[in-house]
Write a protein that binds this ligand. Structure first.
Ligand SMILES: NC(=O)c1ccc[n+]([C@@H]2O[C@H](COP(=O)([O-])OP(=O)(O)OC[C@H]3O[C@@H](n4cnc5c(N)ncnc54)[C@H](O)[C@@H]3O)[C@@H](O)[C@H]2O)c1
Length: 320
């Protein structure tokens, strides 16, 4: 049996692929970047390469989606949907394109699951569905939309769960939050990410225009992937929404200070006032701990930062 991962070469998807393939599963990755796999620098996938099948597919190309998923559908036990244009200051600049990728992309994935009878579907959602409500949000906290990205995540959750209800599919929403760590080079990310994590890669002098007054539960990608895999494989979670984060919010200037301490010198990073995005923190992760046995390894951010530094230092990340 195999798991199909849409967006399986992305930050979260690639670690989910890694963890499943390490279990011995066959993982079929559908990703626009699949044709450039060797240039992505995802060195952690090398040890599991024999268990991966790569399919260069655009989730907006419905015809090719059906053709290529059809080729793997007989042995597919589940789909993980992790394609997205993620939250950030540029999302609002191309709303039609970005909303289409997030939401029409999900709809195409739900359709292939329905038509090919793939029984389980994990939708990678976000704590963005709580908008700017204060931290401690549980899965019972009402939905609130505070930006267009959040609107796509709410729409996707509703569509996914209703597909589950209507067609008897086992659908689960994993509400992820602010991911960092191996697989992403800070120099390829937005200014706040660069200002916080960039010194681990040797960057200096980055001025983030905002984020200096916000605390968020930045979560090491290995923990995010652990939570997604646990949710995928847990019994009796059909129709559930589950928060997955490290559960501890750090003020952004404190992250800058901790990185400075870790590398032993100041990198001249500055954070402008206000919030990066309208979100509260931290997510309450007790449901994930109770029902799927999720336990973040890197709740202590210093350990997560050191792990990230080590990956960046290894250098195999050059193209990522
Ligand atoms: N990264 C975060 O901080 C974060 C936080 C909360 C939720 N999430 C959610 O987790 C999921 C994964 O996020 P990520 O950080 O891994 O994102 P990412 O940007 O690293 O990965 C997205 C992947 O999707 C692929 N992709 C983009 N457009 C495509 C298309 N049209 N067709 C096929 N593939 C396409 C990209 O090539 C990339 O590999 C998303 O649903 C995101 O909304 C992420």
């Amino acid at each position: 049996m195999s798991v199909l991962i849409f967006g399986g070469l992305g930050h979260v998807g690639s670690w989910v692929a890694h963890d499943l393939a390490r279990q011995g599963k066959k993982v079929v990755i559908f990703d626009m970047d699949a044709g450039r796999f060797d240039q992505l620098g995802l060195d952690y996938l090398e040890e599991v390469r024999d268990n991966l099948v790569l399919e260069p597919v655009d989730v907006l190309d419905t015809h090719t989606m059906f053709e290529r998923v059809g080729a793997h559908a007989r042995e597919a036990e589940a789909i993980v949907f992790g394609v997205a244009v993620i939250a950030g200051p540029t999302f609002r600049l191309r709303p039609f394109r970005n909303i289409s990728i997030n939401t029409t992309g999900l709809l195409n994935a739900l359709e292939v699951a329905r038509v090919f009878n793939i029984p389980k579907f994990v939708n990678l959602s976000s704590g963005a569905v709580y908008g700017d409500q204060p931290g401690g949000q549980t899965e019972e906290t009402p939905i609130k939309v505070t930006d267009l990205y959040g609107a796509t995540k709410v729409a996707n959750e509703v569509l996914a769960l209703q597909y589950g209800e209507t067609y008897g599919m086992d659908v689960r929403n994993a509400r992820l939050y602010f991911v960092y760590g191996p697989g992403k080079r800070p120099s390829r990310m937005h200014a706040l990410y660069q200002a916080m994590f960039g010194p681990l890669e040797g960057l200096s002098g980055v001025a983030s225009p905002n984020g200096g007054d916000q605390a968020l539960d930045w979560t090491h990608v290995a923990d995010t992937a652990q939570g997604v895999v646990k949710l995928l494989q847990a019994e009796g979670m059909a129709g559930e929404n589950v928060n997955i984060s490290c559960g501890v919010a750090y003020r952004h200037p404190e992250i800058v200070e901790r990185v400075t301490r870790l590398i032993g010198h100041d990198s001249g990073m500055t954070l402008g006032p206000g919030s990066f995005v309208p979100r509260g923190a931290p997510l309450d992760i007790s449901k994930a701990q109770r029902l799927i046995g999720f336990q973040p390894r890197f709740a202590d951010i210093d350990a997560g930062l050191a792990d990230y530094r080590d990956w960046l230092a290894r250098g195999a990340h050059r193209a990522a």
